[in-house]
Design a protein around this ligand. Sequence first.
Ligand SMILES: Cc1cc2nc3c(=O)[nH]c(=O)nc-3n(C[C@H](O)[C@H](O)[C@H](O)COP(=O)(O)OP(=O)(O)OC[C@H]3O[C@@H](n4cnc5c(N)ncnc54)[C@H](O)[C@@H]3O)c2cc1C
Ligand code: SF4
Length: 829
Amino acid sequence: MKIIVIGNGMVGQKFCEKLIARAPEDLELTVFGEETLPAYDRVHLSEYFAGKTVQDLCMKPMSWYTENNIDLHLGDPVIQVDRDGKTVTSFDGKQFSYDHLVFATGSAAFVPPISGVDKHGVFVYRTIEDLNLIWRHATVARSAVVIGGGLLGLEAAKAMLDLGITDTHVIEFAPRLMPRQIDEGGSHVLTGKLRELGITTHTQKNTAVILGNETITGLMFTDGSILSTDMLVISAGIKPRDELARKCGLALGHRGGIAVNDQMQTSDPFIFAIGECAVHEGAVYGLVAPGYEMAEVVAEQLTGGARDFKGFDMSTKLKLIGIDVASFGDPFIGGDEARSIIYHDDHKGIYKRINVSNDGSELLGGILVGDAETYNKLQQICSNRLAVPASPVDLIVTGGGSTPGAADFELPAEALICSCEGVKKQTIEDAVVQNSCESFDAVKKCTGAGSGCGGCTPMVKDIITATLKKQGKAVRNVICEHFAYSRQELYDLAKIKDLHSFDEVLDTLGTGDGCEVCRPAVSSILASLWNDLIIKKESATSQDTNDRFLANIQKGGTYSVVPRIPGGEITPEKLIVIGEVAKKYNLYTKITGGQRIDLFGAHLNDLPLIWEALIAAGFESGHAYGKALRTVKSCVGSTWCRFGLHDSVSFAVRVENRYKGLRAPHKIKSAVSGCIRECAEAQSKDFGIIATEKGWNLYVCGNGGSKPQHALLLAADIDSETCIRYIDRFLMFYIKTADPLTRTATWLNKMEGGIDYLRNVVVHDSLGIAAELEAQMQTLADHYECEWKKAVETPELRKRFTHFINAPETKDPTVAFETMRGQKKAAAW
Ligand SMILES: Cc1cc2nc3c(=O)[nH]c(=O)nc-3n(C[C@H](O)[C@H](O)[C@H](O)COP(=O)(O)OP(=O)(O)OC[C@H]3O[C@@H](n4cnc5c(N)ncnc54)[C@H](O)[C@@H]3O)c2cc1C
Ligand code: SF4
């Protein structure tokens, strides 16, 4: 059987793999690829900018094609198909005959007909070659614009940031971002998240002209406004590569694409089309998973099987570090057909919407922005039509059990876990039981699960863990495929081997280039291990964006300044300095729930000047922007209150000063109350202390916010020194073992043995590590340094606080204010 595949992209290559796996007799497989490289992982293309090489991205080495007798012709596109003679002719003039022909020509970036698209500095984002051109140009560019606020456009914009272009804009024609995946509310929250990253978005903007002579200098929009820029990346959608099919007379879809039936046959029964070049029932699928399913269908058809393509679930998760966006099922269904439940917290930047059937029994779809922890679970409930809780709101407000994976609900064996590779739950379980695959990496190699977009990784890990547990085996929780260590092991090894940067850790202990799981995890480990300046260049790329400017970016594009006020205690002199600074830099002032004074509305380039003045008056960074200790709130205690048993203020000041600057998997809050009346609300904190007749009660793992949880008593009636020792142990144990972005409450909820186990470790030293934990905390406390002090004293770091690199004095012109109750507020934004 002679089969020719036109196109050696992701789907063309996968088809070859699937066909060869079925070992058909007398197979003669010929592949033509227009690109000069063998098929590479386009889904992870952006990782090329993060250090992945062409070799890393290639799906199979050249030797694989030789070993499997595939006659591969690269850099040689097919230019003609003679359907009557059943032959193809390539650009180089090669002619081959076929029994069956498979079009896997993919798609090209859609470039709207805007005047000036041919100017120097205008790019598309599709191939490694495109990325090489972008990279070269980015070295001299100061600003970049991406046209297209969809999945790929946002990925391209993030890539511009990673290339060091801090002035990056996204232009979207529709009234909202990611219009195919999320609604207005989700888009609103996403806009804020992107702004925090440093990406400015403009919706409802139609580009009329690309300005400049030979090289782009800006864009003019149909509303007459102009945006200056040094480069433009167009990511406005895809256009199926159907030109060859059109030329040989195959039927096309109304809006392009090679029309196929359920067997992926084109209008010529000897010719199939798969991947992004195919249009099935009017849909062109711009994702890899449906393409792989199409490849499976054709491989089956050609080897005597009878599989059909029945459309595909378009659930997606954006893969940008620091931004959670996902949609599943039908994200927009509503009106008479369904009921929507929406949770929207603008303050925290979280938007969740689920659509349930009118009788409340079925989950039909949803949108998650700002917190997509439950994406896998909700997607599985939706696609497998699993039972919805009696109160469906629990699915988004409490997380319906709050685990991101599959561990806490039973999926059917047939549940599709990895849609990219078509791997079912049963296949993963079989790999664990029958093939002794006991790690994510081993299961990935064996089944392919998790090797596509990677979105199913938490779920695959959960299934492995659950299967191992069922077999009575111990579970080793390695951090990701790049490190064969748990977080705790990695922490200890980084310490023993004196490793201070992500690259050092990866070179010494890992493999590959790292990923969105291990980069922030290692970064957080290093920050808590060495108390190194978070603002250092390398950290800035793998830590939160707020850490980049040591401030929270606020509505309207300004920043907040939050000096530390230990225990909420402040002298009149310091109050006056805060007032003076606020007046001089026109800042809005507010007393917060954490008992300090926040100053809002600071321009980026004023930040170092403001902090200079505050530091001179004895203030330090309050770390309100970091995953670090925030405040230790206190009541007035025995000094002033007639009920007070002990001096809660002095103890809060001591505790806050001991742990200030401590980097952790998530923010940490604390409080000290002078008696059981609990005016400081210590039982809602990560650790809280309440005075008793005999000493202090220490409570841990409480939480306020969207999932309130009361703290649990860890130790009762302890003296101050013991209390500090227990907190040292508790915090160090949390830092070493919790996953990134896990608050203490969630960490405890997932801990086997719960509070009893934690008490055994912290109070009874069941693991024999108490002395070590205390010593480690002491080292961190000894190395504390105010990072704002360091930043204002270091000329190189100060340079970062400019809105325009070539005009450091110039403030962001897009920032505008209005007056409210005698102070300023950000103008409607
Ligand atoms: C930056 C980026 C990020 C993405 N992220 C995701 C994601 O997170 N999740 C997801 O599911 N999808 C993602 N995608 C989409 C995914 O990459 C595509 O769905 C997938 O690559 C489609 O595979 P394909 O083989 O159909 O097309 P392609 O990968 O485009 O391959 C087609 C190949 O055919 C070649 N060709 C065309 N005409 C001819 C000819 N006449 N002769 C010979 N060869 C020819 C082309 O040059 C190309 O090499 C992303 C895409 C990009 C660009
Ligand atoms: S907690 Fe007790 S000591 Fe503190 S202010 Fe309230 S009543 Fe007074």
